[in-house]
Design a protein around this ligand. Structure first.
Ligand SMILES: [Zn+2]
Ligand SMILES: [Zn+2]
Length: 458
């Protein structure tokens, strides 16, 4: 099948004003993975997964303090309580009772107080977003304002077994009188003062909002979003290194991955150049993901970190090996991690390549090539378009793992949209555009339909 290698790229020298996004080899992997996965999808319990997404018809009450029981009426809920992932904003709530038509949950500790938060229910069938809920703070409520490492640095990412310090106010000075939870998982408190709790993450820790009941009084968040800890894995799983698009459904939907992290590792090639993509482009990637993905626990793009490497020309195997070596955070439990490798130099098989998707949660950006090909006026939009394009492949576009609502795959370029005005077109125009335009970073209606059908936001 050597003919297929690189077939996704048809630009090259004939079209010098465009850079190409090559997906040929990766698409081959994706198709293999799709075939392998086709007959193995199961709920893992013998209990059939619901075929319909849930729907919420009524919530009562619509306001209350943490601990208040809340009844959610609707349909297509899971009958096992823990199979319903209920969130008040970014804070997961314990589910006490469950039938297909009714859930009873508790307003969770740690919820944002005196602000309207989105209530949502996720089952294996999908996600329903209900009405807005207003949580109230109990008298004397403690509050966690910051998560720190033992060395005192602010953090939002940790591994199971790690010790952390939760800073805030109103804690009980006796460790045993503070019940700390991260998401729904209880956490052991090692030391306590009124303003700091030292905790140790258990092996079962998962990403979630950090909350405490101090002497029985539940915490709330009064200063913006509740602090959320993302708990990542230290080792790669098949979810992270599968074929392109294979992670798409779990990235798009909230079951079972309610949280998404993006780790960025940038080559430091010995020159004075900082090859980090612009903050604007990374923010745009976050916006586009937020528009398409159900991630009630949150989507966080981490600050880029750097690694030293003098290479100026990268084969696909070298890209893959470098990404695997540099990546620190892996998908685990309720958390998906997408890895972005940013490289200087060029992609050896095709110097026109500016972006590459080569595994289920791995994308690469050839930032130096992108800067060479772009004008300063269009660089940020070209970066954003490239990142969103590669993320689109990770999500299963076009016609990889996400089916097509209507046919729109480019017959000459597997995985790409035939529509030039879509970010999933095989080429991204980086030519300076009059009136300050630039390439689109948006999924067009056909791609949006595909992503929604595959489990993403409508
Ligand atoms: Zn592509
Ligand atoms: Zn499209």
């Amino acid at each position: 099948m050597s003919r297929a290698r690189g077939e996704g790229c048809s630009c090259g020298r004939a079209a010098p004003a465009r850079s190409c996004c090559l997906c040929g080899p990766a698409v081959l992997l994706a198709l293999w993975a799709l075939l392998a996965a086709g007959c193995s999808r199961s709920s893992g319990s013998g209990e059939p997964a619901p075929s319909n997404p849930p729907a919420i018809s009524a919530v009562n009450p619509l306001a209350g303090e943490p601990g208040t029981p809340v009844a959610i009426a609707g349909r297509d809920f899971e009958t096992r309580p823990q199979r319903n992932l209920v969130f008040f904003g970014t804070v997961q709530a314990p589910v006490r009772e469950a039938t297909a038509e009714r859930l009873v949950v508790e307003v969770p500790a740690g919820v944002r107080a005196d602000a309207q938060v989105q209530l949502s229910v996720t089952t294996r069938g999908g996600t329903a977003e209900g009405p807005l809920f207003t949580a109230h703070a109990p008298a004397g409520a403690p509050e966690i304002t910051e998560i720190r490492t033992e060395a005192g640095e602010r953090t939002i990412v940790a591994f199971p077994g790690q010790r952390l310090v939760l800073a805030g106010s109103g804690f009980a000075a006796v460790p045993e009188q503070n019940e700390v939870t991260i998401g729904l998982v209880p956490v052991n408190v090692l030391a306590a003062t009124a303003g700091a709790l030292t905790v140790e993450l258990p092996a079962a820790a998962e990403s979630g909002a950090v909350a405490v009941r101090a002497a029985g009084v539940p915490s709330v968040a009064t200063a913006g979003e509740p602090p959320t800890l993302f708990v990542a894995g230290g080792a790669a799983s098949s979810f992270d290194r599968g074929g392109v698009g294979k992670a798409g459904a779990e990235l798009l939907g909230a079951w079972p991955r309610t949280h998404l992290l993006v780790e960025i590792d940038v080559q430091q090639d010995g020159s004075s150049a900082d090859w980090s993509p612009s903050a604007e482009a990374l923010a745009k990637l976050g916006t586009r993901l937020g528009e398409r993905l159900f991630k009630p626990g949150g989507i966080t793009i981490l600050q880029p970190s750097t690694f030293a490497a003098s290479d100026r020309s990268w084969t696909e195997d070298e890209v893959r090996a470098t990404a695997f070596a540099q990546r620190n955070l892996h998908s685990r439990g309720n958390t998906a991690v997408l890895h972005l490798l940013v490289l200087a130099g060029e992609f050896a098989p095709n110097e026109a390549v500016i972006g590459l998707t080569f595994a289920s949660t791995h994308i690469a950006l050839f930032e130096e090539r992108l800067r060479d090909a772009s004008s300063p006026l269009t660089l940020e939009t070209a970066e954003a378009a490239t990142l969103v394009h590669e993320a689109g492949h990770v999500l299963g576009l076009v016609n990889l793992t996400a089916g097509m609502c209507v046919p729109h795959e480019d017959p000459d370029s597997r995985g790409h949209d035939i529509e030039r005005d879509c970010v999933m077109h095989r080429e991204i125009s980086v030519r300076r555009v009059p009136l300050g335009g630039g390439p689109t970073d948006a999924f067009d209606p056909n791609c949006r339909c595909d992503l929604a059908q595959a489990g993403g936001r409508p």
